[in-house]
Design a protein. Structure first.
Length: 202
């Protein structure tokens, strides 16, 4: 696919169902671990968080890749130095989106995830990148990464970073091919929780 056919735009509230679907897809089995629910329920929780502009799920960090006017990919990204604050800002919204007991369990599991910090101050952080299965392999993921790197430059940050589950070898190979290098490997007895932290110097 010609990358000029891909239009990347800021997300709006109308995009919330598609964003939720793509975030569930991009999170993979980590979403199952954190939300402890079936796929449809998890997607509904995420959509509620998006509509509430809940911290890291906020629409202001979301971008949509359209092809011929149809949404095919999602990017969530922000400055690395704001990730911890956004995580904290997400917590109060969990109660309304999920109910009290599920929200408490989500927070306990989130806080106890293995590894160090997701991102640091001199990085632009790609929190989530998802491409609809019908459009995978067409260059949309690469286009969204390139777009994130342009946002990093606009923010005067010289690095882009991301985390990819160690089980997601297709995404891992894409990131490697596009210049991202592993700076941290986290292993865990639960295969859903192992990951690579990757950074690209721009």
């Amino acid at each position: 696919m010609n990358l000029t056919e891909i239009r990347i735009r800021p997300a709006s509230k109308n995009d919330a169902p598609f964003i939720a679907e793509m975030l569930k897809l991009s999170m993979g089995s980590l979403a199952d671990y954190l939300f402890e629910a079936d796929a449809r329920t998890i997607t509904r929780y995420i959509e509620s968080l998006v509509l509430r502009n809940a911290g890291r799920f906020g629409l202001r960090f979301s971008f949509i890749a359209d092809v011929a006017g149809i949404s095919k990919g999602v990017l969530l990204s922000c400055k690395g130095g704001s990730v911890d604050l956004l995580n904290v800002a997400t917590f109060p919204h969990l109660f309304s989106a999920m109910g009290f007991s599920r929200a408490i369990r989500f927070m306990k599991r989130g806080i106890s995830l293995p590894g160090g910090r997701e991102a640091v101050k001199d990085e632009y952080y790609i929190s989530n990148l998802g491409v609809h299965p019908s459009a995978q392999g067409l260059g949309i993921g690469s286009a969204l990464l390139k777009f994130a790197e342009s946002l990093a430059c606009d923010a005067k940050l010289s690095k882009c970073s991301l985390i990819v589950g160690s089980y997601n070898q297709n995404a891992f190979r894409l990131y490697q091919r596009l210049g991202y290098q592993v700076v941290e490997t986290v292993r865990n007895e639960n295969p859903s929780l192992g990951y690579y932290r990757m950074v690209k110097v721009l």
